[in-house]
Design a protein around this ligand. Structure first.
Ligand code: BGC
Ligand code: MG
Length: 612
């Protein structure tokens, strides 16, 4: 795998504590006040909230429309807090709701300290935070630091003249003469004429992840600016300390208003090689028709870690254990470890581990792969807290990546079992609790995501995983009163919705709820060490969770379409006890299991039991 798998995994889709009784009390304790005076830097005790959180990503356009315009909004989210709470969710991450031209549906921010009118007002956001506290639901915001919108006043000023005080806030380059050594045909496609009338081309072969050169010419300044994403998303120049100050000020604005933390968008992309070296070219072209590159000069530059350490100090200045979550697509656990700050634990508390939930091209239920990845992050990051994630707004939903088309509902339960019963913070995405499928547009003219238009038909964009939430079998699935929703309601809404699944005790929704609640109330599941069992079994993933005192828990999942019989040997785990009591099983036959020997798991079933 290349040193960075961000583009491959996301956009090209190639593979792309608490002990004893005290835990019960604390797990249900009210959310502590989040606002208030800066406090001293915090360590991260075992009972810190984010170690036990179940985080729910909400794509605000698609969750709940409250004003009938066909687009979801903040008041819509507030109206659904009871549902969120009832599911065992204690934290929501809201994808960008700031003012934006919406080229990249909010990831192109034109004002960091306000709310886009189509999503509501600052007062609505404040109300969501306040109401969230009443429901024990914290609010994490998305913070896009690599780039702004080209309509942000910072960029407008920057692009107005070379002498603008903000010119250096973005990454500008004069270009190089077209006949310079090493210039390739790809660069030549972007030729321009500079102030002296000479033909110049971009300084290197860097590409936008969304297609084409990453360099865009601005005649007013006779320079190119760099954009890792759409050309309407110019990259900020993070080597300018004023940029860092402005970004931290924006974060403080929200921390002062009581947000629980941030999900840091595309955070490995903050810095680029100051020498402007071209990336190594790999074989073939991507879905946008551009040469494949190994992104060693535009991703994961070491400088980013200095910024993150300073950001952590800034965030630690606030009471309430605010958290930094990172969008960190990385090739391996050793790279992930760096984002925690390794042994120093002084960077992100929760960089996302995509290695467990995104196996690229080979996304399928492979017990050995899951076992190895889970074990690795629990033993190779100096005791930092793993964050597992299977779904987000950029990828085909896990149910479709891991599903076999026949047992998708059971497979969804397996995925949610791994997510909710591992010793890891859990991150899920609206609809995943229901088994909502990906509904990709079938005609180019229906596509809303720009990369699906430029990449059609190889890349059909991300609309499929952003369809409106399916609440009921009624009009617009209960998402909106307006028949013209921003994306169509998927046909699956009739049977696959909150109302129907709430009533069905065996539904995916009730499975999710049951496990999310067990994770709070059962001390071993809440905080116990995770130890793999039956570790050479290619078909069944099994593990134990144990705090060392009190009943342990065993979890087993059949990863195949055939029944499988297992016997679990606890010797060497320190767990005593051999009487088993089922806590949760998605097949009735497992409810009466009393022994760890000869347990037959029907196809794709999940089983959670207490050992005493
Ligand atoms: C977000 C994408 C967005 C990109 C650029 C990400 O990784 O998740 O949705 O298009 O960053 O901001
Ligand atoms: Mg609306």
């Amino acid at each position: 795998m290349a040193s960075s798998s961000f583009s491959r995994a996301v956009f090209q889709r190639i593979q792309s504590c608490i002990l004893g009784i005290g835990s019960l009390v604390l797990a249900f304790a009210a959310v502590p006040a989040l606002s208030g005076a800066p406090a001293a830097a915090q360590t991260s005790p075992a009972n810190v909230w984010w170690k036990h959180a179940v985080v729910y990503e909400i794509y605000p356009r698609s969750f709940q429309d409250s004003n009938g315009d066909g687009v979801g909004d903040l008041n819509g989210i507030t109206s659904r807090l009871s549902y969120i709470e009832s599911m065992g969710i204690d934290t929501i991450w809201i994808a960008p709701m700031y003012p934006s031209p919406q080229i990249d549906f909010g990831y192109d921010i034109s004002d960091y300290v306000s709310v886009d009118p189509q999503y509501g007002t600052l007062a609505d956001m404040e109300r969501l935070i306040t109401e969230g506290k009443k429901h024990n639901v914290r609010v994490v915001l998305d913070m896009v630091l690599n780039h702004t919108s080209d309509k942000h006043q910072w960029f407008i000023d920057s692009a107005s003249s070379r002498t603008s005080p903000k010119h250096d806030w973005y990454v500008w380059n004069d270009g190089i003469p077209i006949d310079s050594a090493g210039v390739n045909d790809y660069q030549k496609k972007y030729v321009q004429t500079n102030l002296e009338g000479k033909h110049v081309v971009p300084p290197n072969n860097w590409e936008s992840l969304f297609g084409g050169s990453a360099w865009e010419w601005v005649p007013a300044v006779h320079q190119y600016y760099y954009h890792k994403f759409y050309k309407q998303q110019p990259d900020l120049n993070w080597s300018n300390p004023t940029v860092e100050k402005a970004a931290f000020d924006a974060m403080r604005f929200w921390l002062d208003r009581g947000v629980a933390g941030f999900r840091l968008d595309a955070i490995p992309t903050l810095f680029e090689d100051p020498q402007m070296r071209s990336e190594p070219v790999l074989a073939g072209t991507n879905a946008q028709g551009d040469p494949n590159l190994q992104e060693i000069y535009t991703q994961n530059l070491p400088e980013v870690h200095n910024v993150i350490r300073r950001m952590r100090v800034m965030v630690n200045g606030y009471a309430g254990d605010r958290v930094l979550i990172g969008e960190t697509y990385l090739p391996n656990t050793a790279e992930l470890n760096k984002w925690y700050g390794g042994e120093a634990h002084d960077e992100l508390q929760l960089p996302m581990d995509f290695l467990v939930g995104f196996h690229g091209d080979h996304d399928k239920l492979n017990a050995a792969n899951f076992r190895a990845r889970i074990d690795e992050v629990q033993t190779q990051v100096y005791g930092s807290q793993p964050l597992f994630v299977f779904d987000n707004h950029d990828n085909v939903r896990a149910i479709d990546r891991y599903g076999d088309g026949t047992h998708n509902d059971l497979i969804n339960k397996v995925l949610n079992t791994v997510l909710l019963t591992s010793k890891a913070t859990a991150l899920t995405y609206y609809g995943a609790e229901l088994g909502m499928p990906t509904t990709t547009p079938t005609r180019k003219e229906d596509v809303k995501d720009p990369i699906g238009i430029t990449g059609w038909p190889k890349e059909k964009g991300r609309d499929g995983e952003r369809t409106p939430m399916q609440w009921t079998a009624g009009p617009q699935a209960g998402f909106s009163t307006n028949p013209k929703t921003w994306l169509p309601i998927p046909p699956s809404y009739k049977t696959n919705n909150v109302a129907v699944e709430t009533k069905d005790p065996n539904s995916e929704l009730n499975w999710f709820k049951q496990l999310a609640m067990l994770r709070r109330t059962n001390p071993a599941l809440h905080d116990g060490k995770q130890t793999m069992l039956d570790a050479s079994n290619p078909d069944v993933l099994s593990y134990a969770r144990s705090t060392g005192s009190g009943p342990a828990v065993v979890v087993a999942m059949n990863f195949t379409a055939e029944p499988k019989t297992i016997s679990l040997d606890l010797s060497g785990t320190g767990i005593t006890g051999s009487t088993v009591k089922t806590l949760a099983a998605d097949d009735a036959s497992l409810k009466s299991v009393h022994s760890l020997k000869n347990i037959t798991l029907p196809p794709y079933t999940s089983w959670v039991a207490s050992v005493q």
